[in-house]
Design a binder for this molecule. Structure first.
Ligand code: SAM
Length: 293
C-alpha cells in the first residue's frame, strides 16, 4: 500500500497530507488552551507521537516535494509543548527523528525505539498519573492494525491522555473475507485491536441485516457495500472508544484518490471542549472536501 522513497522515507498521498493538516490545526488549538491552563492548575503538557514515521515524507504526485510529517508539525506548534515523546519501531526512522533535536534545539525531545504498545504502557503512561497534574496528547497513526486495544485502555485509564487515532478501516476489511468466515488467527488479531469480536459473529450471520438496520436502505446497490462497511466499522470503533473515554469526536473518513476509505480519524478525550473543537475542524474539512468534488 505505502511506498518508500530512495532514502527509506514514506511517499504519501493527498489524504495523508490532509490528515497532517487536521493534526496541526487541532494541536494549535490544544496548545493554546493548555498553555492558558498552566497559569492555574496544570503543571505541564506533552505531545506523544507513537508512530513518528519518516519525519519528512515525499508527496506522491510530486516526489521532489517534501512534506512535514507529524513530529515536525508538533514541534512547529506554538505555544510549544513542555516536552515531546517520539516513538517508532524502525531504527532508521528513529535516527531521523533524533536529528530533529538539532533543528529544534530549544524543545525537550525524548526518542524511543520500539513497539509503541510496550513503550507507551511501560515507560510513558507510568509518568502521567492523574495526580501528576500533567496532560498529554497522543497521536496514534499506524500503517495498519498495530494499536492494541489494551494500550488504548491504559491510556484512557490515566485520565490525563487524549488520543487522536487514525484507525485503519482498510486493515480491518482486509481481514474479513467476503466468501468465508475469517481465519481464527484473523479473529484473534481483530480482537486485539478492536477489544471485542461479537460484531464479527454478527456480520457473518446476517451481513445485509445489520447494514439495513443502520443505514436504512435495503435497496442499496451491492457496489456501495464497501463504503457502507467502512462507515459501519468506523462507527463501531468510535463506540468502542466511547466505552473508555467520556467524549469522542465523530470519525472523519480519510479517502484515497479513488474515494475508497482507508482510515477513520477521531479524537477521544476526557474533555468536552476538545471534542467540540475537533468536530468543528472535521466539519470544515468535510465541507471543503465535498465542495472540491
Ligand atoms: C503511517 S507511518 C507514521 C507517519 C507519521 N505519523 C506522519 O504522519 O508523519 C507509521 C510508522 O509506524 C512505524 N511502526 C510500525 N509499527 C510500529 C509499532 N508497533 N510501534 C511503533 N512504530 C511502529 C513505522 O516504522 C512507520 O514509521
Amino acid at each position: 500500500m505505502s511506498r518508500l522513497g530512495s532514502e527509506g522515507e514514506d511517499i504519501i498521498g493527498r489524504w495523508s497530507e490532509e490528515k497532517l493538516d487536521l493534526l496541526a490545526k487541532y494541536l494549535k488549538a490544544y496548545s493554546v488552551i493548555m498553555n492558558e491552563q498552566k497559569k492555574s492548575w496544570l503543571r505541564a503538557y506533552y505531545y506523544i507521537d507513537a508512530f513518528a514515521g519518516s519525519v519528512r515524507p515525499r508527496a506522491k504526485e510530486d516526489e521532489q516535494r517534501y512534506i512535514d510529517g507529524s513530529p515536525v508539525r508538533a514541534l512547529q506548534t506554538e505555544p510549544q509543548f513542555d516536552g515531546y515523546w517520539f516513538v517508532d519501531v524502525s531504527p532508521r526512522r528513529v535516527e531521523r527523528v533524533q536529528r530533529l533535536r538539532a533543528e529544534f534545539p530549544n524543545r525537550v525531545i525524548d526518542v524511543h525505539q520500539g513497539n509503541c504498545n510496550k513503550v507507551l504502557c511501560n515507560e510513558i503512561v507510568p509518568q502521567l498519573p492523574y495526580s501528576s497534574k500533567k496532560r498529554a496528547f497522543v497521536f496514534l497513526d499506524p500503517y495498519g492494525l498495530q494499536v492494541d486495544w489494551e494500550t488504548v485502555k491504559e491510556l484512557a485509564n490515566t485520565r490525563t491522555c487524549d488520543i487522536f487515532v487514525n484507525f485503519s478501516v482498510m486493515g480491518v476489511t482486509r481481514r474479513l473475507p467476503r466468501d468465508q468466515n475469517p481465519e481464527p488467527e484473523a479473529i484473534e488479531q481483530l480482537s486485539k485491536v478492536m477489544g471485542s469480536t461479537n460484531w464479527i459473529t454478527e456480520i457473518y450471520q446476517e451481513p445485509r441485516g445489520i447494514q439495513q438496520e443502520l443505514f436504512g436502505n435495503p435497496t442499496e446497490p451491492t457496489s456501495s457495500r464497501d463504503t457502507i462497511q467502512a462507515e459501519w466499522l468506523a462507527s463501531l470503533y468510535t463506540q468502542q472508544l466511547q466505552s473508555l473515554f467520556r467524549h469522542v469526536s465523530k470519525p472523519v473518513l480519510m479517502r484515497n484518490s479513488t474515494n475508497s476509505v482507508l482510515y477513520a480519524l477521531s479524537l477521544a478525550s476526557h474533555n468536552q471542549t476538545a471534542i467540540k473543537i475537533t468536530n468543528e475542524i472535521f466539519n470544515r474539512y468535510e465541507k471543503l472536501r465535498n465542495m472540491g468534488k
